[in-house]
Ligand binder design. Structure first.
Ligand code: PBG
Length: 327
């Protein structure tokens, strides 16, 4: 036998020498759910290990993560139902606690990279990412609202805004609004290929943001489509996006790979709530070894071509690294 591939697998030293993909903490983005109030750290049933934090508690959490070596965070607000309305006005209200928390984190920890969520659903009484009229989601009318959300977040000190709404033309619209307000250095991490997925369930529980009627299929993408992701990516790149995101990640590794091949922009992948939850559930039953299955999951997303990964497992990964439990 001339070829014996096992020779390059013989020891950890040689395996490490020939290893093609590495995952670094700087590739990971940790999602944080925030609420108004004080001394609140609420667990979320379907997301074990993930909490809704009030301002004081989220500052402690960020400090803890920074000590572990994590510096990038994506923030989502859990808003009381009484503050929600048809036009998501609380989203750009000067009293909005989410904007206040962004400013606080940025002031205390200037080395963080903070990414926002630009969509109406956390603030919408309809639970949709766009403006609803007679059961239809209006596109162009939604853009104005998204622009206002993005500028308010930029004023609060966000590094990058994250439009997760999937309206047409929103990247360019937001880019122009940010530039007009002299926030030309605030980036856009666009949710480029966001699929109408069943795997967002635990996230919607965390924010109580499920659509009140209908589904999101007229704006989020059909899971069957691949070339549509390229079309969305071409538009986002032309409209000024700084990152192209694929979401979910694990079930759409082919899309990550495709966009990585075709575009020069960094690819972000969102390892969504349902992907995290299914691993956690299997581990709780003793069917999977979480400490091995989780790093393998993240590595697969990186190997497919993601530059950065938004994942609920980021902190656990950092902890495992610190404990010397990763290869
Ligand atoms: C909504 C938004 C969703 C997620 C991020 N932003 C849910 C949705 O589109 O209904 C899902 C993230 C996750 O499941 O972890 N704008």
């Amino acid at each position: 036998m001339l070829e014996r591939p096992r020779r390059n697998r013989a020891t950890e030293t040689i395996r490490s020498m020939v290893r093609e993909t590495r995952l670094d903490l700087s590739n990971l983005i940790f999602p944080l759910f925030v609420v108004d109030g004080k001394k609140i750290k609420q667990s979320i049933g379907s997301l074990p290990g993930i909490y809704r934090f009030s301002e004081d508690e989220v500052l402690k959490e960020v400090e803890h993560c920074m000590k572990l070596g994590l510096r990038s965070f994506v923030l989502f607000p859990a808003v009381e139902n009484s503050l929600k309305d048809k036009v998501a006005s609380y989203g750009h209200d000067p009293k909005n606690f989410y904007l206040r928390i962004i400013s606080k984190i940025k002031n205390e920890f200037p080395d963080t990279c903070l990414i926002s969520d630009v969509a109406m659903d956390p603030y919408s009484s309809d639970g949709h990412d766009g403006l609803v009229e007679n059961g239809r989601i209006l596109n162009d009318e939604t853009l104005d609202i998204l622009g206002r959300l993005a500028v308010a977040q930029a004023e609060a000190g966000i590094d990058s805004v994250g439009p997760s709404d999937m309206m047409d033309g929103r990247v360019q619209f937001i880019r122009e609004e940010l530039d007009d307000a002299e926030f030309e250095n605030v980036g856009i991490m666009s949710y480029t290929a966001k699929y109408a997925s069943a795997y967002y369930g635990p996230f919607r529980e965390a924010l109580d943001s499920a659509p009140k009627h209908g589904d999101k299929k007229t704006y989020q993408m059909d899971p069957a489509n691949k070339w549509e992701a390229v079309r969305e990516a071409e538009l986002d790149a032309a409209e000024g996006a700084d990152f192209l995101m694929v979401k979910p990640a694990l079930l759409y590794l082919d899309i990550i790979h495709l966009l990585k091949d075709k575009f020069e922009l960094p690819i972000a992948a969102y390892n969504v709530s349902g992907e995290y939850a299914m691993l956690k559930a299997a581990a709780e039953k003793g069917w999977l070894d979480y400490e091995k299955a989780m790093p393998e999951m993240l590595l697969s997303i990186r190997r497919a071509g993601a530059t950065s990964i938004l994942t609920y497992a980021a902190k656990e990964y950092a902890q495992l690294l610190k404990e010397g439990k990763l290869a």
